[in-house]
Design a protein around this ligand. Structure first.
Ligand code: 13P
Ligand code: ZN
Length: 273
């Protein structure tokens, strides 16, 4: 059996949480990541028939039964993951009727998965229907994205349009735009259901005055989605209280989308002559 500390999925969790911490997006225990793993890849590092303990998850996700995830622990700090992955991360398999997590590795101090597991698993279940290759769900508190929530209308179309206007690459990176939920109580099944509903259409969902969710096929893709929104939000926050002299026009965004062959969400660009 290979040493799990050398597993590429553990390495990815370590480097991603460290990057997110250093970017200032994940203060204290802010943020959480879940990553759907390939059973065969996990079995190279762990005896997957050995269950350390069973943890009820408080809701049901029958479509994920048998699936294995590596998930950040609740109350754990992203800044500490790289130094001690076995305490700050856990590998769980969804079991029973989709209402129990079997711990296969990690949460060494008796801890458990993130309090946002409802949102993570419900989003995985939803994204897998839309994109069978989806693997990652990531939640974070990026500074400028959050700041923008306080000064910009929380209308999905207007918010997406403003983000797209801030950097040339935005419309190409997230042509599906961003979904927005109003402020809601976090850590609940209801916010999980609402986030997953948005994820039918969006890979990015803002939780107003709290943070953002991203979903993607790889850690890089998911991180890159949030990073691009955050960059756009930063430019917005740097410029929003100064006169706007220049902008990227809607027709130019359309040219970009056409060049890169992406389909832009309807109803956001004004392409009337
Ligand atoms: P956890 O420590 O339970 O992952 O919660 C952090 C967070 O960001 C809540 O939204
Ligand atoms: Zn949060």
């Amino acid at each position: 059996m290979k040493d799990i500390m050398t597993a590429p999925f553990v390495e990815e969790m370590k480097s991603t949480t460290a990057n997110m911490y250093r970017l200032g997006w994940d203060e204290r225990n802010g943020g959480n990541i879940s990553y759907l793993l390939d059973e065969k890849a996990v079995a190279e590092y762990l005896d997957i028939s050995k269950v350390i303990r069973k943890i009820p998850i408080g809701f049901k996700v029958p479509s994920l039964v048998g699936k294995i995830f590596i998930v950040t622990g609740t109350g754990k700090y992203f800044k500490n993951v790289a130094a001690d992955p076995e305490t700050n991360l856990g590998i769980i398999r969804i079991a029973g009727d989709g209402d129990v997590a079997e711990l296969l590795w990690g949460y060494k101090d008796g801890g458990k998965f993130t309090s946002e597991l409802p949102s993570h698993l419900m989003c995985h279940a939803q994204r897998l229907k839309v994109d069978p290759e989806n693997r990652v769900v990531m939640h974070s508190h990026p500074t400028n994205t959050l700041a923008m929530n306080f000064v910009h209308e929380l209308d999905e179309k207007k918010f997406t349009h403003t983000l797209w206007e801030m950097c040339t690459e935005c419309v190409v990176v997230f042509p599906d735009g961003v979904g927005i939920l109003p402020w809601m109580l976090c850590g609940t099944n209801s916010i999980g259901e609402a986030t997953a509903k948005k994820m039918k259409e969006f890979r990015l969902v803002i939780w107003a005055m709290h943070g953002i969710y991203g979903a993607g096929k790889t850690m890089d893709e998911t991180f890159g989605l949030i990073e691009t929104v955050e960059k756009a939000a930063q430019i917005y926050m740097l410029t929003c209280n100064r006169p706007r002299i220049n902008t990227i026009k809607d027709s130019e965004m359309k040219e970009l989308a056409d060049l890169f062959g992406v389909r832009v969400r309807d109803g956001i660009l004004d392409l009337a002559e």
